[in-house]
Design a protein around this ligand. Structure first.
Ligand SMILES: [Cu+2]
Length: 160
């Protein structure tokens, strides 16, 4: 059931999703069906050689907020919520994140459970497995209303 839902989640636009899913530690996902994005593709985090731990705080900051990876590298992001409120980590281009933040403002109850996203309850950790297939500058943000605007954003530079 959960697997089916996650597969549906890949197929559906995040705007169409509205449900109360919480953080997933190791999602049971068929990564062969992952959708390629301009900033890469979801990959089983267990295949990553590199783990990057990112802390999220109620000061609306990610630490570190500046990450460098190489093109072709698969990273297991571990997002640790050190605060008292829900935070999330959403990978994307700046354009993606801005659009998504706008949607979140218009539909504050909206939640999303896509493979480039993890929602993390206070004191918990979430994971994203991601392979960066293109060079460039990408971002990660917390799109919970108010957080992104307060500066809860980080940068990922993908070098050749
Ligand atoms: Cu946040």
């Amino acid at each position: 059931m959960r697997l089916l839902f996650l597969i549906l989640g890949i197929a559906l636009s995040h705007a169409a999703l509205a449900h109360g899913e919480k953080a997933h530690a190791v999602p049971e996902v068929d990564y062969s069906k992952a959708e390629k994005k301009p900033f890469g593709i979801a990959t089983d985090p267990r295949k990553a050689k590199r783990t990057i731990r990112v802390e999220m705080s109620d000061a609306m900051r990610f630490t570190p907020a500046d990450i460098e990876v190489r093109r072709g590298e698969t990273v297991r992001f571990v997002a640790a919520n050190k605060g008292q409120v829900l935070h999330e980590m959403v990978l994307g281009t700046m354009d993606d994140l801005n659009k998504h933040a706008d949607l979140m403002k218009r539909f504050p109850g909206m939640e999303h459970d896509e493979l480039h996203t993890t929602h993390v309850a206070p004191g918990q950790r979430g994971e994203i497995g991601w392979r960066f297939t293109n060079t460039g500058t990408y971002y990660f943000g917390c799109l919970i209303p108010g957080h992104f605007e307060a500066g809860m954003i980080g940068k990922i530079t993908v070098t050749p």
